[in-house]
Design a protein around this ligand. Structure first.
Ligand code: 13P
Length: 124
């Protein structure tokens, strides 16, 4: 439904179990949103919380972070929940930086770990 706000969900590989658990736990709150997600994360979210309206974009290393960054720039995405892994080197680190930079530039709520995401979702 086009009238619901759109939230982006992304998790790095070591954080995907946590994202799946988050989606399952907050399925009802997340159902107020349209959701866009990077490819693999979106698959895990849908497995965990099948009722959610999830559009899967490209996988992060293949441009998914950049797709979501563009959606923030055009005003289509109004909140970002991104469980990042600070302990693993990533080939697409520059894309991750660009995405979090745009979320800051456009001043949208952004959670980079579960503790912050729990607070954000509680405010919805
Ligand atoms: O790498 C990612 C974000 O930087 C996530 O991409 P996937 O959800 O496709 O694994």
């Amino acid at each position: 439904m086009a009238d619901r706000p759109c939230i982006a969900l992304i998790a790095h590989d070591q954080k995907k179990d946590e994202m799946a658990a988050f989606a399952r736990q907050h399925e009802r709150a997340l159902s107020q949103f349209r959701i866009v997600a990077t490819g693999t994360t979106g698959g895990r979210v849908l497995e965990a919380a099948p009722s959610l309206d999830v559009t899967r974009l490209k996988s992060g290393p293949l441009g998914g972070d950049q797709q979501i960054g563009a959606m923030i720039a055009t005003g289509e995405v109004s909140m970002l929940i991104f469980f990042t892994d600070p302990l693993t080197p990533l080939p697409h680190d520059v894309d991750v930086k660009a995405l979090t930079r745009l979320a800051t530039v456009y001043d949208i709520p952004m959670a980079l770990n579960r503790a912050t995401a729990e607070k954000l979702i509680d405010f919805q």
